[in-house]
Ligand binder design. Structure first.
Ligand SMILES: [Mg+2]
Length: 365
């Protein structure tokens, strides 16, 4: 099989209503990605996820620097192609960031092609592990811009729908307000529902130490991204001092950076995201690294779960998966949660193929 065409795209899917966390206020979810065509007629789709900024740069990296590496090559040589892109012309300027997210999109499209050619959904092509689906937790009720009333209404409605885990954002200018919101949510959902809080990097070590200790009484499953994602030493202090486990990874770019976190015992739930590291190829390496330390993997879903449902279903130490249904309607086989569990995709591929009418409607580049 040979790659005969590589075409980047950018889709912007509107979020209604717009949401905020402690650092982002997106109005659209961005999908800069790539459509790769083979001489056997199989077409692979891959994308990464953004707040709809920088997408043109990601698409440009694919067209200018990665397409020439791919054309004429066999997509089944994905690891060799990955090295060719990673250590190619962009290496000098981009071992992380835009270049690496562009690599993720390409790598995902190649795994989509390989699993389609094998007539298997990606989770089976990778070697399946969870035939009864994946436990889901819901992030979509806990945004920072939600009033306390809406927060309680949305989160309890997801519990009523069957979710046994929910996450809420914290990181208000006054942490006392966070405390009141977390207290109200715990009272509303009762003691049996798993509750996570996400700071989105808003605190420093002192704030995280003080408020992490105060919030522990609400039986939190984890404290997510309390600090700057480059601060391994700070997270290590928190992991040692706090009883609530530390979760992070959505802003960690490479297996080497994960190795540093894991070796320092600075992360307790590994939230590796295939759209942030270099696609499926590097995601599996990080998940296996975590397995060797007996650490659970719970991916962040920059892809909104389409690809990660496959990866979680193929990974023994992936214990749960985030659910955010913002863009599910655009896909040929949308990620589907029923009674709090992801149902497993059945169509061949990585569930990245977009319905043509939505592809045209939301395409901006
Ligand atoms: Mg997060």
């Amino acid at each position: 099989m040979k790659i005969v065409n590589v075409e980047s795209f950018v889709l912007h899917v509107p979020l209604t209503p717009p949401i905020t966390d402690a650092i982002n206020s997106p109005t659209h979810w961005g999908l800069p990605g790539v459509r790769i065509t083979t001489d056997e007629g199989i077409v692979g789709y891959g994308y990464t996820g953004t707040c709809a900024y920088g997408d043109d740069l990601i698409a440009g990296a694919i067209d200018r620097y990665y397409a020439p590496v791919l054309l004429g090559k066999d997509p089944f040589m994905v690891k060799e192609l990955w090295d060719g892109m990673r250590f190619g012309q962009l290496h000098w300027v981009g071992r992380a960031g835009i270049a690496h997210m562009a690599l993720a999109a390409v790598d995902i499209a190649l795994w989509d092609i390989m699993s389609k050619a094998s007539n298997k959904p990606l989770w089976q092509y990778l070697g399946g592990h969870k035939s009864d689906g994946i436990k889901a937790y819901n992030t979509n009720g806990g945004w920072l811009n939600w009033s306390k009333e809406r927060l309680l209404k949305d989160i309890t409605s997801y519990v009523e729908q069957g979710f046994t885990g929910v996450k809420m954002k914290v990181g208000k200018p006054d942490p006392r307000e966070d405390f009141e919101r977390v207290k109200a949510v715990r009272e509303a959902i009762g003691p049996d529902i798993i509750l996570m809080i996400d700071v989105n990097q808003q605190w420093n070590v002192n704030t995280a130490m003080t408020w992490g200790k105060k919030l522990e009484q609400f039986d939190l499953f984890w404290l997510e991204e309390p600090l700057n994602p480059d601060d391994v030493a700070g997270h290590r202090k928190l992991a040692r001092e706090l009883n609530v486990p530390i979760a992070l990874g959505e802003h960690v770019y490479t297996k080497y950076a994960f190795r540093d976190y894991i070796q320092a015992e600075a992360v307790e739930y590994v939230q590796v995201d295939c759209t942030r590291v270099g696609g499926v190829t590097e995601w599996m390496q990080v998940a296996n690294l975590a397995a060797a330390y007996d650490l659970p993997v719970v991916p962040h879903v920059g892809d909104m779960g389409q690809i990660h449902q496959h990866l979680a279903a193929a990974t023994p130490n992936a214990i749960m998966l985030e659910y955010i249904p913002w863009i599910r309607d655009i896909f040929v086989e949308p990620a589907t949660v029923k009674d709090g569990r992801y149902a497993l995709p059945q169509l061949p591929g990585a569930s990245t193929e977009v319905i043509p009418s939505f592809f045209e409607k939301y395409r901006v580049r």
